[in-house]
Design a protein around this ligand. Sequence first.
Ligand SMILES: [Zn+2]
Length: 283
Amino acid sequence: MPESEYEVELFRKQGFTRQTCGKCGKAFWSLGHHETCGEAPCQEYDFIGSPPFKKKLTYRAMREDFLSFLEQNGHARVKRYPIVARWRDDVFFVQASVYPFQPWVISRQASPPANPLAISQPCVRFIDIDNVGKTGQHFTLFEMMAHHAFNFPDHPIYWKDHTVELCQLFLTERLGVDPAIVRYKESWWEGGGNSGPCLEVVFGGAEAATLVFMQNRDVNGHRVPMDTTVVDTGYGLERLTWLSQGTTSAYEAVFGDALAYLKRATGAKRVDDRVLRETRSAS
Ligand SMILES: [Zn+2]
């Protein structure tokens, strides 16, 4: 992809520089200077025991923080959609926050419930299920938090600049992440017959969000520009909750109360964190 696909006004204004990962060679943008792109396996998790956020948030508080931040920034909060994608004939289940709006909103046969909008959408990915319990970070069900903007030809909302600005503001001002550690990794996204450039938002060794700029559709193997472009973001609710707590596994961050109960009920008073850490990193 040409570098210009990833030129964002905020990067220029705030002095982000384009750097290259010394291990995988991928390009990324950051205010700080880094040897690697920051994502495993190029960099190990470094947030366990030292979370990069100013406060520890529960699952519920993180969801509320995200949605209320976007409401304060001109987005309407919309309710979650069912996990069974009964409005689509190409998939059975919702795997991402944009699924509720495909294909009818993007093809303009239906209006979006609000524009721009904020949502926290339950999703299932069956490909994850074998990893549940083993990796310490996969779930049978997860919530993808998102802000979406549908840029209709006669009614554009916002595109790359404001999308990155909202993400950077949420992470640094709302959650208190050091702006220098955040990296925006250049990548390319494809799904459901659509494609476009994307920025993977990485810090602490983990990918916390992806900002997709859906701008092409596939017609007989050719990329054709879409009339309606879509800001398709995805912020992992469980991942962000885990980053904020820096616990040994994501399960302790997300299911803290349930785990405390199970430990009491089973008499498992002492859990060796070292064993948990080693099990997680071995997977
Ligand atoms: Zn890398």
